[in-house]
Design a protein around this ligand. Structure first.
Ligand SMILES: Nc1ncnc2c1ncn2[C@@H]1O[C@H](COP(=O)(O)OP(=O)(O)O)[C@@H](O)[C@H]1O
Ligand SMILES: [Mg+2]
Length: 253
């Protein structure tokens, strides 16, 4: 059955797009047909993180005209499909946001990830309304978690099921909240922690998944673990030697 999963946070800059892209990559690596849709229409980044510097047709065109969804779908070598939003603000003119549900229906994938805009406005509601499930993303600090509580309130009112909260950038600060505190503050289950890892910044800048450039790191494995927990498909077995020495074997880039 098709699952539409919204990646939400309320707050900006906590890692939604990074997680949407790398989690999508991880699902693809497990052999699951996956598409990511960029619903951050005003400040879109998904295409950049996926290495799509030049876009011909985008989600904006799909919302404006009746053209086949595949024409604005970009397939990465791993098999992951990306439907980016336009980088140009002029492309917001004439789009019909009501078409999103129709577009989602036409996508032929088992998993569809929706990368949400920040804040709690109309744009982020687009993700919540069009999702069956929500994956919350927060950094382990009070500001980020307060915004999660706000999003969750809206999601509960719309009766959207939660897949849990991803605690991103763990280890960045010495003064972080623990997972127990996060769970009791938000009422959400922590599904996974992702470490603070400078290589993510680099990977986003060169438009590649960290799983491709550093496949055996704790960070990459954490994305594969989330994909495995959600899909029920077992993680590929990685030998002890690769876990310890894998970093030295990573492809140069
Ligand atoms: N685990 C991480 N470790 C280090 N940097 C990260 C991590 N996750 C995200 N980032 C960086 O944080 C910034 C915001 O991430 P982004 O995914 O764009 O957030 P959002 O989509 O929530 O606005 C980017 O510069 C990204 O490279
Ligand atoms: Mg984003």
């Amino acid at each position: 059955m098709k699952r539409v999963i919204g990646i939400v946070s309320g707050k900006g800059g906590v890692g939604k797009t990074t997680i949407a892209f790398n989690l999508g990559y991880a699902f693809s690596k497990l052999g699951i047909k996956t598409t990511i849709l960029d619903l951050n229409l005003t400040t879109s980044h998904l295409g950049l993180y996926a290495g799509l510097s030049h876009l011909s047709l985008t989600l904006n065109d799909l919302m404006r005209e009746d053209i086949p969804v595949l024409e604005a779908t970009y397939k990465l070598p791993i098999g992951l499909n990306i439907i980016p939003a336009s980088y140009s603000l002029e492309d917001l003119v004439g789009i019909n946001q009501e078409k999103i549900s129709e577009i989602i229906e036409k996508i032929d994938s088992e998993i569809i990830l929706l990368d949400s805009a920040p804040s709690l406005g109309k744009e982020s509601l687009l993700t919540i309304r069009n999702s069956n499930y929500l994956l919350y993303v927060a950094m382990p600090n009070i500001v980020s978690l307060l915004d999660i509580v706000r999003v969750k309130k809206i999601a509960d009112e719309l009766e959207k099921e939660s897949l849990g909260i991803i605690v991103n950038m763990r280890g960045k600060s010495k003064h972080e909240l623990g997972n127990d505190e996060i769970e009791s503050l938000t009422g959400l289950r922590v599904i996974q922690e992702i470490p603070f890892d400078d290589l993510i910044e680099r990977a986003n800048q060169i438009g590649k998944s960290i799983i491709e450039i550093d496949p055996y790191s704790k960070t990459s494995l954490s994305f594969l673990e989330i994909a495995s927990k959600i899909s029920g498909i077992e993680m590929p077995k990685i030998s002890f030697w690769y876990r310890v020495f894998g970093r030295f074997l990573k492809p140069k880039f």
